[in-house]
Design a protein around this ligand. Structure first.
Ligand SMILES: Cc1cc2nc3c(=O)[nH]c(=O)nc-3n(C[C@H](O)[C@H](O)[C@H](O)COP(=O)(O)OP(=O)(O)OC[C@H]3O[C@@H](n4cnc5c(N)ncnc54)[C@H](O)[C@@H]3O)c2cc1C
Length: 397
């Protein structure tokens, strides 16, 4: 990163007037004999290129190179609550193991909570080299400030090169706070992760509404923080034998004490989670009216499937937003997904392309959903769906 330097010794009132006129954003002002560049500056550098020569120059900031060899290991934040490890943790550990192989780095799990013996042992069945365990009564409940202190302490003591978090409610609140403490980069919702030989993590994620895949690296700060949504990667098989060792970590009471006092916990009623479903029937704008959902629901019930949809149907108020698949909805990875009247936009496909078997029904043979589908029904859903339903019911149609 560079910055603009004003050479005040070259500034006269006439020059100042010219420089103020040049800036298309009116970010340059002349006050009490001083030429100033304000917050409106967009770094277009027109003042350097077209202004009076030598009055404003662009200077490269000197960046101190970090020693990457001091940062070793890929750490996964092992989200835990009430005795349970979030399943995204296993998916992250699987990916961490893959990435770690490139530079022969170790894989760590960072476990925070209270009464963690069982969880610690469980993690050791997933190929970790070390489980770092912060086990204390004060850490029983997730509080973002005290948990950020824990992550901070872990990073200072262990120096991991990469820190991976699930893009869960907790992960999304904790990872940025922890990353900010180390003035390092964080890439949210990565869909692909690759490791370079120089330990730079290539963090790939959709950008600009899914129209491009951005490749993001953090070349000069460590650790490299990222979050990944549940169901983006596959969990490795649990091994019978355990690996790695356990490191019991200690933190001062002051650091574990949250500034937020938990008064009471109110259990939220259990809601559907399409990310957990094995079979999904997803509908899109091909459906002509909300009443037609009855037919689709009947079809889904016969298959024991969860109903899901594209974003336009959420916007139309036909479904609860929790049932939206895609970039701005949920990522799903069912054994079977049947899409009905869905075109297959990049934003939708990003949330379901990991499904084991994709069946698509669309009347447009060129619809892009057919590019990812394993079985394609080209035709009118109002003809195909009743026939499939009749077959499921054992009828003759
Ligand atoms: C930043 C951003 C984020 C977004 N995030 C998401 C997201 O998370 N999820 C999401 O879904 N969208 C998302 N979108 C919207 C996305 O771009 C598409 O507009 C949307 O996915 C299209 O939904 P659709 O396939 O239902 O509708 P359409 O694209 O209109 O497709 C309808 C399909 O139905 C077919 N059809 C019509 N009638 C019949 C019939 N009788 N029988 C069979 N087929 C029929 C048509 O051939 C067509 O292919 C996002 C957009 C932006 C800009």
């Amino acid at each position: 990163m560079g910055f603009l330097k004003v050479h005040q010794e070259s500034v006269t009132p006439e020059i100042a007037e010219k420089m103020c006129e040049i800036c298309p954003f009116h970010a340059i002002s002349y006050n009490e004999g001083k030429l100033e560049i304000g917050a409106g500056c967009k770094m277009c550098k027109l003042c350097v290129k077209n202004g009076v020569s030598g009055v404003v120059t662009y200077e490269e900031e000197e960046v101190e190179e970090i020693d990457k060899s001091l940062w070793n290991g890929i750490a996964v934040f092992a989200e835990w609550e009430d005795g349970k490890i979030h399943p995204v943790v296993y998916e992250l550990l699987g990916k961490a193991r893959e990435l770690a192989k490139v530079n022969a780095h170790p894989v760590y799990a960072l476990l925070v909570g209270c009464g963690l013996e069982d969880a610690t042992e469980e993690l050791r069945h997933y190929g970790v080299d070390c489980v770092y365990c912060y086990d204390a009564e004060l850490l029983q409940e997730y509080q973002v400030d005290s948990y950020a202190n824990v992550v901070g302490d872990f990073v200072e003591k262990v120096h991991p090169s990469v820190m991976m978090f699930g893009a869960t409610v907790k992960g999304r609140s904790l990872a940025p706070r922890a990353a900010a403490r180390f003035h390092t980069g964080l890439t949210a919702d990565c869909t692909v992760l690759e490791m370079k030989d120089n330990t730079d993590l290539v963090q790939i994620r959709p950008a600009f509404g899914g129209n491009i895949m951005a490749q993001i690296i953090t070349p000069n700060s460590r650790p490299q923080f990222c979050t990944v949504r549940y169901k983006v990667f596959s969990a490795p098989k649990r091994t019978d034998e355990v690996s790695g060792h356990i490191e019991k970590m200690v933190l001062t009471e002051e650091k574990m004490q949250s500034k937020v006092q938990l008064e009471k916990k109110i259990e939220k009623p259990k809601t559907i989670d399409i990310a957990e479903a094995d079979v999904i029937v997803a509908v899109g704008r091909g459906l002509q009216s909300q009443n037609d959902l009855t037919l689709v629901q009947e079809f889904a019930d016969k298959l024991g499937a969860q109903m899901a949809c594209t974003r336009p149907l959420i916007e139309a108020g036909w479904f609860d937003p929790k049932r939206q698949i895609g970039l701005s909805g949920r990522t799903v990875k069912p054994k079977l997904i049947i899409t009905i009247g869905i075109s297959g936009s990049v934003q939708f496909v990003a949330g379901m392309k990991g499904a084991e078997c994709i069946v698509a029904i669309n009347q447009d043979k060129n619809a892009s959903i057919f590019d990812v589908a394993h079985y394609c029904f080209v035709g009118d859903l109002y003809e195909i769906l009743p026939q499939l339903l009749a077959q499921l019911k054992g009828g003759t149609k």
